[in-house]
Design a protein around this ligand. Structure first.
Ligand code: SF4
Length: 429
């Protein structure tokens, strides 16, 4: 059978989709692009924003337009939280929750449309296991996502993830190392450690992130380790020192901020103040002046009015960070913040988001420009079009140069020559 996949949302979802792809391939099926005709379609959904729900519904319809007889499977966070909403869309055959996602073949093997959709979604209280060991690929054979943690105990007031993925749990060190070795044997040079709350790694199984990193670094052919994102309050001095001094851990920090206003941070139930965050960025900059630092920020949370937005804008404007990921707040069912007063008009939410996106683009270009004439190590991926090849530097700059086949999946020294909004041009040395 031909099976098409579509993933929405976070890196963890991408890693899980890759695992599903591998399961289908191991059973003799072929993976085809989402816009190609297929026999089975798997949509791995997200539910962080209202747009993600809408996008999911549109994708189901799109898949059915292309392949009206395809067996449609919907899984992921939206499926966990709103299975009834999904089966109300004509043509959906199977809805799997977070626990069932990676055991898809326990629920269906024939993939024949029966006209009546099935729902298999375990309640939140049963989302405790870690699921089968797996890993995922990002771009063919160079960088791989490796899931080390799932779920979250933080309960930020806007967030549906604890509702969709359950409590925080981690994969043990031995299994993680086995999977990392497997990836390296398959040619991957960089592993991106993913999870919902990676900094929480090991809290309940006696492990800790530094211990895991030390073990990963011992894998000699593993050249790079990237930490996908970490909550600011979990990046303590010991971890930061270890991170900075490591030869293999990329100097790329993705640190969710969400707001620069302390009032809003409190209402969001975040576990740090804007001053804590600012101090953390200064510490990173002091020891790793050219680190790539990314920030998540949400616009339009209840009470996040013009005054609070201006605080956030000025806070970020004065912060030495490299890029912003801007999200527009939307009310999500069953989250505490859905009942909060002082809702911000949707028009204003989008306006604020646009302003921050413009600021983010400016910051990114400034960061890229500040790297011109600097030496960097790049892990090149595969050719874009036979003429150019791209890859990421350690500090997360997307770079491009003329294609040479020997550059593929190679870590090469380059010098950055010029900066554009989405990438830098470089010369290989
Ligand atoms: S830390 Fe907060 S925002 Fe992040 S997943 Fe946990 S509850 Fe959600």
């Amino acid at each position: 059978m031909n099976v098409a996949f579509k993933t929405l949302g976070c890196k963890l979802n991408y890693a899980e989709t890759s695992t599903l792809e591998n399961v289908f391939v191991s059973k003799g099926h072929s993976v085809v692009e989402f816009n190609k005709k297929s026999d089975v379609v798997v949509i791995n959904t997200c539910t962080v924003t209202e747009r993600a729900d809408k996008e999911c519904r549109q994708l189901i319809r799109k898949a059915l337009n292309k392949s009206p007889n395809a067996f449609i499977i919907v899984t992921g966070c939206y499926a966990q939280l709103s299975p009834e909403e999904i089966v109300s869309i004509d043509g959906v055959d199977l809805v799997l929750g977070s626990k069932e996602k990676l055991n898809l073949f326990d629920f269906e093997t024939k993939f024949e449309k029966k006209g009546t959709p099935q729902i298999h979604v375990s309640p939140l209280s049963e989302l405790s296991g870690f699921g089968p060991a797996f890993s995922g690929n990002v771009d063919g054979r160079t960088r791989a996502f490796l899931k080390i943690q799932d779920g979250c105990d933080f309960n930020c007031s806007f967030c549906t993830i604890p509702l969709a993925r359950g409590e925080s749990r981690s994969q043990n060190i031995n299994d993680t190392i086995t999977q990392a070795n497997h990836l390296v044997e398959n040619g991957y040079k960089e592993i991106v450690l993913t999870g919902v709350n990676v900094g929480d790694y090991g809290k309940k199984n006696g492990a800790n992130l530094i211990e895991l990193l030390k073990n990963l670094e011992l894998i000699s052919d593993l050249r790079r380790i990237r930490i996908s994102s970490i909550e600011p309050n979990l990046l303590n001095d010991e971890l930061l020192e270890y991170w900075i001094s490591s030869e293999k851990i990329c100097k790329h920090f993705h640190l969710p901020l969400q707001s620069g206003s302390d009032d809003i941070l409190r209402k969001m139930k975040r576990r740090y103040s804007s001053t804590d965050y600012k101090n953390l960025i200064s510490k990173i900059r002091k020891s790793s002046t050219n680190a790539g630092i990314g920030v998540d920020v949400i616009c339009g949370f209840p009470g996040d009015d013009e005054k609070c937005f201006t605080e956030t804008y000025n806070f970020l404007n004065n912060l030495e960070v490299s890029y912003l990921h801007v999200f527009t707040y939307s009310e999500r069912e069953k989250t505490p913040s859905i009942n909060y007063d002082f809702r911000i008009e949707p028009k204003l939410r989008f306006l604020f988001s646009e302003k921050l996106r413009t600021l983010g683009a400016k910051k990114k270009l400034e960061f890229y420009k500040s790297n011109i004439d600097k030496l960097q190590n790049v892990l090149f991926e595969s050719s874009l079009d036979g003429n150019k090849i791209e890859g990421y530097t350690d500090n997360y700059i997307r770079v491009r140069t003329n294609y040479l086949p020997e550059l593929e999946n190679l870590i090469s020294k380059v010098i950055i020559k010029s900066a554009k909004s989405e990438y830098c041009n470089c010369d290989v040395i």
